[in-house]
Ligand binder design. Structure first.
Ligand SMILES: NC(=O)C1=CN([C@@H]2O[C@H](COP(=O)(O)OP(=O)(O)OC[C@H]3O[C@@H](n4cnc5c(N)ncnc54)[C@H](O)[C@@H]3O)[C@@H](O)[C@H]2O)C=CC1
Ligand SMILES: Nc1nc(O)c(N)c(N[C@@H]2O[C@H](COP(=O)(O)O)[C@@H](O)[C@H]2O)n1
Length: 232
């Protein structure tokens, strides 16, 4: 269990954020068609143990649309109260109403922007309000720092970030990731349109890179697990 450990603390009014992902040796978290079954069985068990031990779990809207994830603890024996609060970063309220993330297995928070020019934005917002907790933020893009503060006040002290590439980059660029736990599978898929661990706009120069400290590495079944802390 990690919930009670003091090392999972940060100074700001925000959760301690752990990015967890699985990638191929060539850094892809999905193929160009969106196929993303990468982790071996042992790694999936590790992921679900982590899900059980955190307070919240967050993904970007494209991940919800591509994968229709449950984001519950379902690959190890568990109870309903083991499920973390689920959070979707969804500018334009595009979360489909039949998404598995809206099941009653746990609370779901959907962060959407205050307004949008899209015709049916208001209608989608109103429908989602009936099935999820809505957090309004930002004009065109969710303000991630405000969202982190809101989640912290809601009681989410440890947040697991589960992708995808665009949200991962925004979070690390804003200095909002504390730790990375990456599963590297012995697979190569290639493709310049395949999603990588961090996409977004990227940095221009190496001296802008986010620097990491490798704190742990081990083999897990067929996979290699690397754990890093982000250098502050
Ligand atoms: N192998 C793995 O561990 C995982 C793989 N994936 C894969 O990642 C792919 C999805 O990744 P992406 O397309 O990059 O989408 P994403 O899941 O990162 O969602 C990005 C979207 O989030 C919204 N957003 C709102 N505010 C934002 C902000 N401040 N910063 C960034 N985004 C913001 C925007 O609409 C943006 O387009 C899927 O194919 C999925 O299968 C996703 C999670 C884990
Ligand atoms: N750790 C990990 N390994 C993989 O191979 C993956 N494809 C993912 N994907 C993430 O898990 C979500 C699916 O969760 P459910 O099993 O439906 O609860 C998916 O949306 C990605 O966030 N992760």
């Amino acid at each position: 269990m990690i919930k009670k450990q003091n090392s999972f603390k940060c100074d700001d009014m925000r959760p301690y954020v752990i990015l967890n992902a699985a990638m191929t040796l060539d850094g892809k978290i999905a193929t160009k068609t969106g196929s993303s079954e990468i982790s071996g069985e042992e790694d999936l068990k590790r992921v679900h143990e982590l899900r059980r031990d955190v307070d919240g779990i967050m993904v970007g809207i494209n991940t919800v649309i591509a994968d229709d994830p449950r984001l519950t603890v379902h690959k190890i024996p568990s109870k309903k109260q083991d499920n973390p609060i689920r959070v979707v970063v969804d500018n334009k309220a595009r979360t489909p109403l039949n998404s598995r993330i809206l099941s009653d297995d746990a609370e779901t928070i959907i962060a959407i922007t205050e307004n949008s020019n899209e015709e049916d934005f208001k209608e989608r917002h109103q429908k989602l309000e009936k099935v999820a907790t809505i957090f309004l933020s930002g004009k065109k893009q969710i303000n991630l720092k405000d969202l982190m503060e809101y989640l912290y006040i809601k009681g989410i002290k440890i947040l697991m970030l589960e992708g995808g590439s665009t949200l991962n980059f925004s979070m690390i660029k804003e200095g909002l990731i504390d730790e990375l736990r990456i599963c590297i599978a012995p697979m190569v898929v290639g493709g310049h349109n395949s999603k990588t661990l961090f996409d977004g706009e990227g940095f221009d120069f190496m001296n802008e890179a986010i620097n990491l400290d490798l704190i742990k590495n081990y083999r897990l079944g067929k996979d290699l697990i690397l754990e890093y802390k982000v250098k502050k």
